[in-house]
Design a protein around this ligand. Structure first.
Ligand code: ZN
Length: 448
């Protein structure tokens, strides 16, 4: 059941023209689609209408793309409050014929529902097809999805995208439904060429396969891995590429936005599907737009979405816009490496700390696995930070390891963080590595 919206956002190869369109043409497309989006939201999404009215704004006041900045920035908290006041689904879904609800975990621990119409779902599938195609997935590939199939969106929409390309999908899901030993066996026996999942789970599968006696580079036909949901740090990328003998790609997005961005073969920032999205990078305090190259908070507008559109939605991720042309030939602008989430930023003894900074340090030590847990506690009035880390077999005999890790942590974070070295597998069991959707890395016990 194709609507007119479906026909605007095509999968490859039909999308090649728009992916390489002149900037002027892209801006014309964005302008027309922004006007249509604002009109739809005004008429059918009470959440936005109320906020714009409160700010003295109406869709007519947005004459060109620059005027978008006159509209209020929406936070995760705004959506959560709307949900609380208007249970069970909130008024941000709008009145559209939705056919599917997915959800994000939400900061409060309650799932935040996100509705999709048939068209929303189809378009996000097309954007996933663009991602996978840009990362080398083609008809004939055997793509094994090891994302969790649940209220979490990525597994399902990624599957749609791969099918649109004509690849053969193997939907094994996470370790919770297909044990990791079986995942590895299927990948080998069925000749999986592409593995798509979170970086931590794909690395875990490498451990499982090695333990089962496989030679990762010889016994498998893997060429490519595609990731999302957890940030792919450069050390994790190198680890995946070297161990599996693949090229590993990252994709940045969220349940609320769909599949907005992707890395191309250059692996140098995330191309934004600019026919379907407008991304801004704003000053985190004032929400004033920042010039390209300057670090700020990422704010997204989904032009195509009918149900639960996001319009100036603060993703709470810190990054930069890259305007320089990409050698791949796409004219879609890029988002730089994600530096961290403002919502994930911790303050320890008054010093800002991103868990990703801890991860970058740990990944410099080959003796450590990637499993870690940052534990914050309080001794008297003083914050105490410790990181529990799994080591590979034999590493605990290395008397200087603990001290070297602590020294690096101090250099990178500016904080004294105690390192507690654990045996391999100890933390993985505790953190339920088989079952999780994405890794939880912080246990803040300071207010317990
Ligand atoms: Zn590119």
């Amino acid at each position: 059941m194709a609507s007119e919206i479906d026909e605007l956002y095509l999968p490859p190869p039909a999308s090649f023209a728009v992916e390489r369109a002149p900037r002027k043409k892209l801006e014309e497309i964005q302008h027309a689609r922004l006007k249509a989006l604002l009109r739809r939201a005004w008429e059918r999404v009470p959440f936005y209408r109320r906020r714009w009215q409160a700010a003295g704004m109406a869709p007519e006041d947005v004459i060109n793309i620059e005027d978008l900045k006159k509209l209020p920035v929406i936070s995760k908290k705004d959506l959560e409050e709307d949900l609380l006041a208007n249970p069970p689904f909130g008024t941000y879904q709008g009145s559209f014929p939705a056919v599917r609800v997915q959800a994000s975990s939400g900061t409060s621990g309650h799932p935040k529902p996100v509705f999709h119409t048939q068209s929303d779902w189809n378009v996000i599938g097309n954007f996933w097809a663009r991602r996978l195609h840009a990362q080398g997935v083609r008809k004939g590939d055997i793509v094994q999805f090891v994302f969790t199939y649940s209220l979490f969106i990525a597994g399902f929409t990624a599957t749609e995208g791969a099918m649109k390309l004509g690849a053969l999908v193997v939907p094994t899901g996470s370790g919770a439904v297909t044990p990791s030993e079986r995942q590895v066996r299927i990948a080998k026996d069925w000749g999986t060429t592409v593995l798509a999942g979170t970086p931590s789970y794909v690395l875990h599968l490498a451990d499982v396969a090695e333990k089962a006696g496989f030679d990762l580079r010889r016994d498998f036909k893997l060429r490519v891995t595609c990731h999302t949901a957890e940030a792919l740090s450069e050390p994790a990328r190198r680890g995946i590429e070297e161990r599996w003998g693949v090229v590993a790609y990252d994709n940045f997005g969220s349940v609320e936005t769909g599949a907005p961005t992707f890395e191309c073969v250059e692996k140098s920032g995330y191309h934004i599907n600019e026919d379907g999205y407008i991304f801004e990078v704003l000053d985190p305090e004032t929400f004033e737009p920042l010039p390209a190259g300057q670090e700020g908070v990422v704010v997204a507008t989904s032009l195509f979405k009918e149900a639960a559109p996001v319009i100036r939605y603060n993703m709470e991720d810190i990054s930069t816009l890259i305007e320089a042309p990409c050698p791949c030939g796409r004219t879609f602008r890029r988002l730089g490496k994600i530096k961290g989430r403002t919502s994930e930023m911790l303050k320890v003894r008054g010093v800002p700390l991103y868990p990703t900074a801890v991860e970058e340090v740990l990944e410099r030590f080959p003796a450590l696995t990637r499993e870690y847990l940052l534990v914050l506690s309080r001794a008297g009035q003083q914050d105490r930070a410790a990181v529990q880390i799994e080591c590979r077999a034999g590493a605990q005999q290395d008397a200087g390891l603990k001290e070297r890790v602590e020294r690096e942590l101090k250099v990178v974070t500016g904080l004294s963080i105690e390192a507690e070295l654990l045996e391999a597998g100890e933390l993985a069991r505790h953190l339920k590595v088989e079952d999780r959707i994405k890794a939880k890395r912080v246990w803040d016990r300071r207010n317990l």
